[in-house]
Design a protein around this ligand. Structure first.
Ligand code: GLN
Ligand code: ZN
Length: 772
């Protein structure tokens, strides 16, 4: 247990925005899922949650954090918690007649006949939040119980604490119109109704004894129109109007505040939290340009809160030194909540200790922040050993053979523009591919994965633990491939797949085989609710030791006369779902991955593969938050794709796949991929994408998905035929493919089988109308 901090230094109080919620053994997941399954009572669940919060307090204070956040803990999601705190519970969830906790979980995951809230990505991270639903009829009402209880609990245990909640502007902009909202309804119009509710939460926290309250406004790091900026000014003017209230701190992260910085600086708030890492580093000059924040508190995010690398403490300290002249009081912190990183690098006992010391997970980051705070209070001399250790770790990383592979670097440096362009124009390629493949009009195919049965998962696990030998495993996978190929032939599909039975995950499968990636054992990060992922760490120069997909693809091809698609994950997606290195531009890392894929494609081609699909579902996810940075991103991202695929013959057909239908500003980038065929999600928008692509004169072949694989529902033949006719209204038959929206791995074999049979039948029903 820590002592209460009594002495208050002018600068240098180590703090945080949030900490991982799950516990070292993912106890939260077990308790919440146990509660859902009826194995754990509500009291036990809340008891586990309280214990996890107590552990996190002890742990962070033990690392030297002096002011801890409260309210950042969540049983599911903090945006959902905010919706609850302001009373934005949709009528359908209220009407379900459930107790409070079950109503909360019904919003998260649905109940009986009640649909949950929609889930979407939290900015450009891999965390997903629940999207609050608002309408002109929403009546807000404050419920501060969670916030005040978690604050009181921390304070009573002797900690200096600062409640953190999502601010009103971000809450509204991250919400969406409820299904019953009137057309054109905009959530921001509810600001006047919402502000009194926030004022009431603030007042409850004052009563509970909070000195500071933090409102997170991450939407302000995106380009916002004047109306949002003036709403921000108004919101904080009003929230600060109460004669007695806690001091207000507005936090931003993931990018620079830009135009919102002067707006907040002109507002009466007593403090700001800014990110000074990565693209947000420009906050420093911007702060200087407005004359700093004299007399105010600045929480300076100088330790990257969303990556896994040990901080460069010297550099962070020099940023802090500059900031000392720019704010009344400067307190170091991670750049954002540590929710986005795993808990403890020290738990990774399998890693080479040389490599382990390059890493910093949540627990290590709190210690880094504490060292920086100490340096601010006591001077640099007080932390000489820590600075030396930081320097040594950085030097070891920079000089390691893992991070620097001369052969990879030479090859990257030698890449020319010609390597990133297929030499033949599309028309010539299309003719060559038509001649080689001999496909009918409206060729049918799938996106790659077939249902992942529990036997398959068990086989992979048995291989890992050694219970199943290599031969036994190969037999098991080959049997699956035989089934999948036989099914596709029987269903009459034209371009087959092997079904990806050997893949646990489309990124991890490749990361495990490529040099330069590290795997963790306990590096769990919350993706949403009780779902946690263990992203690979892309630590060094990327190289391919041996073919990664060749055996399975070749085996599948040996079973059939029809073309089997090779199936790879693209460079951008490999980066987006990994922790990436911070010691070189992402573009360089992408190029290395692209070269490894290029070699794989060359091997597939040499083995006779005529169709190769390179999936890039994350192309849009990595889009920078600020518009100004997007063209440069799209430039290197599409170049990496073309570098991976640009080495093939004219008659080898390159496919790509993306899982969403709102292309808007990346349409140009999709075209720049120069893929011969692209498959996309389209079923839910009823082929809207086909029209959009046609309107944009998209010149190549397209497979707009004809059914939604996220639903267990099996679409009827006529329903699919109808969608095909719609697509044909927009695109010429020579450029239209027929496929589902996405991979089938989450479906049952029965659902997938029935749906694909109907898809094939629908295609056969429509083809005659094309005069063939
Ligand atoms: N080929 C992958 C699959 O079918 C694509 C998955 C994805 O787009 N996310 O599973
Ligand atoms: Zn997909």
């Amino acid at each position: 247990m820590t002592e209460i901090q009594t002495a208050r230094a002018a600068h240098g109080r180590a703090t945080l925005h949030g900490y991982p919620r799950q516990g070292h053994g993912r106890e939260l997941k077990k308790a919440v899922e146990g509660y859902w399954a009826g194995r754990v009572t509500e009291g036990e669940l809340l008891g586990t949650a309280a214990q996890l919060r107590a552990d996190a307090r002890r742990e962070t204070a033990g690392s030297g954090i002096e002011e801890i956040p409260t309210g950042d803990f969540s049983l599911y999601d903090h945006v959902l918690d905010t919706a609850w705190a302001v009373g934005a519970v949709p009528a359908r969830h209220r009407a379900a007649g459930l107790g409070e906790l079950d109503t909360y979980f019904a919003m998260a995951r649905g109940a009986a006949d009640v649909q949950p809230l929609e889930m979407t990505k939290w900015f450009d991270t891999n965390y997903h939040y629940l999207v609050p639903e608002l309408s002109q009829d929403t009546v807000f009402s404050p419920d501060s119980r969670k916030q005040t209880a978690e604050f009181t609990e921390a304070r009573d245990a002797g900690y200096a604490a600062r409640p953190v909640l999502l601010g009103p502007i971000s809450f509204l902009l991250l919400s969406k119109p409820a299904p019953e909202a009137s057309p054109g309804f905009e959530p921001l119009t509810l600001l006047d109704r919402l502000l009194p509710v926030y004022a009431s939460l603030l007042d409850d926290l004052r009563e509970a004894g909070a000195e500071w309250v933090q409102f997170d406004e991450p939407v302000l790091v995106q380009d916002q129109p004047g109306a949002v900026l003036s709403a921000t000014a108004r919101a904080y003017r009003e929230l600060c109007a109460a004669p007695v209230r806690p001091k207000v701190l507005v936090a931003s992260y993931f990018d620079a505040l830009g135009d919102a910085l002067p707006v907040l600086a002109d507002s009466p708030v007593e403090g700001l939290a800014l990110d000074f890492t990565g693209p947000a580093a420009s906050n420093l000059e911007a702060l200087a340009a407005i004359g700093g924040l004299p007399d105010r508190r600045l929480i300076a995010g100088v330790v990257d809160g969303r990556n896994v690398w040990a901080a460069d403490l010297e550099r962070a300290l020099s940023t802090l030194a500059t900031l000392l002249g720019l704010a009344g009081r400067v307190d170091p912190s991670p750049s954002c909540s540590l929710l986005h990183v795993p808990l403890d690098a020290a738990a990774e006992r399998d890693l080479d200790p040389q490599v382990a010391r390059w890493l910093s997970f949540a627990r290590q980051k709190t210690a880094e922040v504490a060292v920086l705070a100490r340096a601010l209070r006591e001077g640099r001399d007080a932390v000489v050993p820590q600075l030396a250790a930081s320097r040594a770790a950085l030097a070891s990383r920079a000089g390691s053979a893992l991070t620097r592979d001369a052969a990879v670097r030479d090859r990257c440096a030698a890449v020319t523009g010609a390597d990133t362009r297929r030499p033949q124009p599309y028309e010539e390629r299309a003719a060559a591919q038509r001649a080689r493949l001999g496909l009918p009009l409206l060729p049918t195919t799938t996106i790659g994965s077939f249902p992942q049965t529990s036997e398959l998962r068990a086989a992979r696990a048995a291989l890992r633990t050694g219970r199943l030998g290599e031969d036994g495993y190969r037999e098991r996978i080959e049997r699956e491939i035989r089934n999948v190929v036989a099914f596709q032939e029987k269903a009459g599909l034209d371009v087959l797949v092997h079904g990806e039975p050997e893949r646990n995950d489309m990124v991890q499968y490749f990361a495990e085989q490529l040099g330069g990636f590290l795997a963790t054992r306990h590096g769990w990060v919350q993706s949403y609710g009780t779902r946690y992922v263990r992203p690979p760490i892309l630590a060094g120069d990327v190289s391919r030791h041996a073919p990664m997909t060749l055996t399975w693809t070749r085996y599948a091809q040996s079973l059939t006369e029809r073309p089997v698609k090779g199936m790879l994950t693209g460079p951008v997606t490999m980066l987006a779902w990994s922790f990436v290195r911070d010691d070189q531009p992402l573009a360089d890392t992408a190029r290395q991955v692209a070269l490894a894929l290029r070699d794989e494609i060359a091997d597939l081609e040499a083995a006779g593969t005529a169709v190769v699909q390179v999936d890039e579902p994350a192309l849009r996810e990595l889009l920078p938050l600020r518009r100004a940075a997007r063209p440069a991103y799209l430039e290197w991202a599409t170049e990496a794709f073309r570098l991976a695929t640009g080495g093939v013959r004219a008659d080898t057909q390159i496919h790509t796949h993306m899982c969403y239908a709102e292309f808007g500003e990346i349409l140009g980038a999709i075209e720049a991929l120069d893929a011969d065929v692209i498959s996309l999600e389209a079923a839910r928008s009823r082929m809207g994408i086909a029209r959009e692509l046609a309107d944009a004169d998209y010149p190549r072949e397209v497979g707009p998905g004809v059914y939604d694989i996220h639903s267990p529902r099996v679409p009827s033949v006529e329903e699919i035929a109808d969608l095909l006719r719609r697509a044909l209204g927009a695109l010429p038959p020579e450029r239209l493919w027929v496929n589902p929206d996405c991979g089938l791995k989450t479906r049952s074999p029965e659902e997938a089988g029935a749906a694909l049979e109907n898809m094939s039948a629908a295609t056969q029903r429509v083809r005659p109308s094309l005069g063939v």
